[in-house]
Design a protein around this ligand. Sequence first.
Ligand code: ASP
Length: 460
Amino acid sequence: MRTLVKETLEKIGQSVTLNGWVDSIRDHGKITFLDLRDRSGKIQCVGKDLPKVTTESVVEIVGTVAKRPEKLINPKLPTGSVEMQIEKVIVQSLSKELPFPVDTEGYEIDEELRLKYRYLDLRRPRLRRNIKVRSEYVQAAREYLFTQDFTEVETPLLTKSTPEGSRDFIVPSRLYPGKFFALPQSPQQYKQLLMTAGVERYFQLARCLRDEDPRADRGFEHTQIDLEMSFVTREEVMKLIENMTIYALNKIGAKIATVPFPIITYQKAIKKYHADKFDLRTESEKKAGILSFAWVIDFPFFEKNKEGNWTFTHNPFSQPRQEHEQWLLEKKNIDRILTSQYDLVCNGFEVGGGSIRSNRPEVLQTVFEIMGYQKDEIYRKFGHMLDAFTYGTPKHGGCAQGFERLLMAYLGEEYLREIQAFPQTGRGHTSIMDAPSELDEEQLKELGISVRQQPKAKTV
Ligand code: ASP
């Protein structure tokens, strides 16, 4: 029967079997000290004539847990008051020398190398903590949403493009050569259709795929806590997300500066902070690792793009502020139309956003017309939404929380990648496996694809 390292504290005097990795070895000639690490912690083991073993090897150790003499207690180690007196070491898997140390923070190591050996990189305490805290946050958020009568629903990964202001990742179809799926930039349309379906309160840990140049707080893939609610006001959705965030952060022991979260209009934010994301923390709050939230509301619905055409600032499916709906339908004062969008800001990051949606087909259609879409194009791309809205769709609204960015702020990380187990590299490659990569001729043929030219890789 395996004993976990942390359980040794209650097993003084007993013979136990531990399993784990050799964290370090100190050979003192007559006796050898070996620190063993498992998911629950580390313990010092001591013995004689041990078999040849390297650090980071996996071993089974049979021995007796003994209390350490008072002056040998290590106060830095939770198991520092005991040690394991080794009777037998069985080497289960010998480790070669690692390409880099895993007992440091790891920031000093080349990131490409870290991600090539991510399975080793993840052994470092900092990353193990990040992955654990992430799991605890998500569990708490789920727990909260279930108490609020939400249903968790998965939506497809193979889908049609949804505009989130980014570029789609495309998947070729074998059954329909020449046709393509898009990977979702978000589940926006499906979650709204779930409101037509009568689900009323939906959430999902949604993977979002966006083909944009990787940046510190952005990668090809991110996960968001995505939710949608029927028969709600803007304030009710904001409150729900706020309460979920407070509940989940409490569970992981994070401290929040101000509750309820302050609300500021976009106009005021620009005037005061010259940006719609800002950091409200005082210097002492920064030092204490406190999280400071604010909501930003009343964004303009449209802005001009580089070509000088109108485009949405956040989400084309949003409802304009009620008092501006008529302007929208008449396509006038476009620059003054405000949207029901709300963004959540934390320590200078945008960590979430959502809106109340329009359930009137004519509003949605006009939004796309303002952006210069022709009627047939609107029907080709969004006809399913316009159609669904003619079968009894409640007024609804939702939000998506980019909790990975939130955890970056909490864990003091500068890169989103530090919160993800297997992120893409800063140069847009997968961790460990070599992708993107070429396909076999056979696969290309099956998909009806011929690669005409190989443009040079873009350096990002
Ligand atoms: N679909 C939006 C996003 O991914 C969130 C929302 O409006 O609910 O940012």
